[in-house]
Design a protein around this ligand. Structure first.
Ligand code: NAP
Length: 548
């Protein structure tokens, strides 16, 4: 990667070997909460983090316009009321610098930094079934041992640059959204290119367009995007939200996506007249945000005819915003129902294509063939560029775990076990891999929820599990193969009852050539999932085997 900000840290001899109660892999929102929770249990733990700072996703994704699509009053930890009362979010949606500032604040406030080993990538984790001990090795030479290993490796943490021929011959500079230079990039006077029009692309394109001499956007698949309607934090909204924080957090646990404040729709889109529907969609469009829009009716994600009404509404919006109707048609998604790929939120995305210095290039009809010293060569033209930003996404949900050599004794690696797609019980553990927990793993609601709610729910469950094991004198836990098989089947069955599998999305692994097409997140809703996890624990950890 160019301009990589990662450096493997040299280690002092005394720090090389670590004997711990738990090893945490990752120093993002998941890893930090894991450390906090483990410390509360009196356990000695350390987290290894590849970045030179904490924050995970929010440390690496520094591209222009990076911002969370979940409103800032929601997208924060709930575990400490003083923290949520005292922190002030300046805008409706948090920017990357603001969210990173918040995470740094949490790390300091709870004194977590002393247990995070930065600049250190975990390369291998091996469990010894005879002693019930995980040995974790890092690129810098650490050897850490502990009975438990907690993978807080993130769902979107393995950036992916497509395997374009000639990339290294490019005379200009190139970047990936998920490994963006710390000091930013000045595109002034440059001929810039952005490849990719997912959430990252739609956020950066309007800002790069304002700076660059010319911007070429290389689009393979048009994505639906809704206006975020971002703005300064409204003091009254903030005060009310804070007064109700505890109740709102509890209510969030009872929703499908971990966010309170959206009454569940009770009506099918097909029960409304066309005029009623348009009025409802218009109101949601003006309100901003994606949950509200997809919650206009109760069947937008399960009934194609219902979804068509919402998809067409947004396509018509695009046609009304973008002046050149050929460009508008290219931007109007027609190959997937709205919401089945991650719905984007933007500020002036479609408007940007009305600028004279922006050109949309359709690389579906004429794919990129190679990167040349001068720029990008597609099947029908050459584009001269000084800088290219790859907003080409991630090896999502399984990439970070598959990159680590995780094995038990002489058995298969986790990557081998997952060759046909990820297998987990509840997205929390994997059969054959004892004492290894995954925070927001595949098969859990994870990316289909407010991620921090999902992280806290997982780590609280893990903490309770470790407490229960200690109380019973148990040293080892792993899911049974049958429980895992049934859960994976359930995850698939639920997805198959929705429109999600109709899209070639990263949820399906479709963005990575050769990756098995398996729907990875659990879309049965957060509330039901949490009830299931709680019931499993209450029922003597049903589906898991514990042993001494
Ligand atoms: P993404 O959604 O996977 O989008 C990648 C884009 O690159 C797609 O348009 C894809 O086209 C294109 N692409 C990939 N390979 C290509 C190739 N060989 N030639 C041409 N185009 C190619 O990645 P992302 O935008 O980084 O977002 C990933 C996820 O991160 C989001 O879905 C979201 O969950 C999260 N995220 C959230 C926010 C937020 O909260 N605002 C912001 C950024 C990211 P195809 O569709 O044809 O594959």
């Amino acid at each position: 990667m160019p301009d990589a900000i990662e450096r493997e840290a040299p280690i002092a001899g005394s720090e090389r070997f670590l004997d711990l109660d738990a090893i945490v892999v990752g120093g993002g929102l998941g890893g930090l909460y894991a450390l906090h929770r483990l410390r509360k249990l009196g356990l000695k733990a350390r987290a290894f983090e590849a970045g030179s700072g904490v924050g995970g996703t929010w440390f690496w994704n520094r591209y222009p316009g990076a911002r969370c699509d979940v409103e800032s009053l929601e997208y924060s930890y709930a575990f400490d009321d003083d923290l949520q009362q005292e922190w002030h979010w300046p805008e409706r949606y948090g920017t990357q610098p603001e969210i990173l500032r918040y995470i740094d604040h949490v790390a300091d406030r709870f004194d977590l930094r002393r247990d995070v080993i930065l600049n250190t990538r975990v390369t291998a984790a091996e469990f010894d079934p005879a002693s019930n001990v995980w040995t974790v090795r890092t690129g810098g030479g650490h050897v850490a041992r502990a009975p438990f290993c907690i993978m807080a490796t993130g769902n979107l943490s393995t950036p992916r640059v497509p395997d374009f021929k000639g990339l290294n011959s490019f005379n200009g500079k190139w970047y990936h959204s998920g490994l963006y230079p710390r000091d930013g990039v000045d595109f002034s006077g440059l001929r810039a290119g952005v490849i990719g029009t997912g959430s990252s692309g739609v956020q950066m394109i309007p800002l790069i367009a304002r700076q660059a001499k010319h911007l070429h956007v290389f689009q393979r698949t048009a994505n639906f995007s809704l206006p975020a309607r971002n703005g300064p934090m409204d003091a009254e909204i903030e005060a009310t939200h804070k007064a109700e924080y505890t109740a709102r957090r509890a209510a969030a646990y009872e929703t499908p996506f971990g966010i309170a404040g959206f009454p569940p729709p009770v009506k099918s889109a097909l029960e409304a007249t066309p005029d009623e529907r348009d009025a409802a969609y218009e109101a949601k469009w003006n309100e901003g945000g994606s949950i509200s829009f997809l919650y206009a009716y109760n069947d937008l994600l399960v009934n194609k005819a219902a979804n068509d009404t919402a998809s067409e509404f947004v396509r018509n919006k695009i046609r009304s915003i973008v002046r050149d109707q050929n460009v508008a048609e290219l931007l109007a998604p027609k190959d997937h129902p709205i919401g089945t790929k991650r719905l984007c939120l933007d500020t002036n995305y479609y408007e940007t294509y009305n600028r004279d210095n922006v050109t949309l290039v359709d690389v579906r009809s004429a794919p990129i063939q190679e990167i040349t010293p001068a720029g990008v060569k597609t099947a029908d033209a050459d584009y001269e560029l000084d800088a290219i930003v790859f907003a080409t996404g991630f090896d999502a949900m399984t990439g970070a775990l598959r990159e680590i050599d995780i094995r038990v004794g002489n058995g298969p690696t986790l990557a081998e076990k997952w060759e046909g797609g990820p297998l987990t019980y509840l997205g929390l553990m994997v059969s054959g891999f004892p004492n290894m927990f995954i925070i927001t793993g595949p098969g859990s609601p994870s990316v289909k929820t407010q991620m921090i709610v999902a992280i806290e729910q997982h780590m609280d469950w893990i903490g309770d599990c470790l407490t229960a094991m200690k109380a019973r004198g148990m040293k080892r836990i792993e899911p049974g193969a049958e429980a895992e098989r049934d859960w994976v089947q359930h995850v698939n069955d639920v997805a198959d009852g929705t429109l999600y599998p109709l899209a070639n999305s990263w949820y399906m692994g479709a963005n990575i050539p050769g990756k098995p097409r398996v729907f990875m997140p659990y879309v049965g809703g957060f509330a039901g999932y949490k009830r299931k996890c709680d019931a499993v624990a209450a029922n003597n950890y049903e589906g898991f085997a514990m042993s001494r």
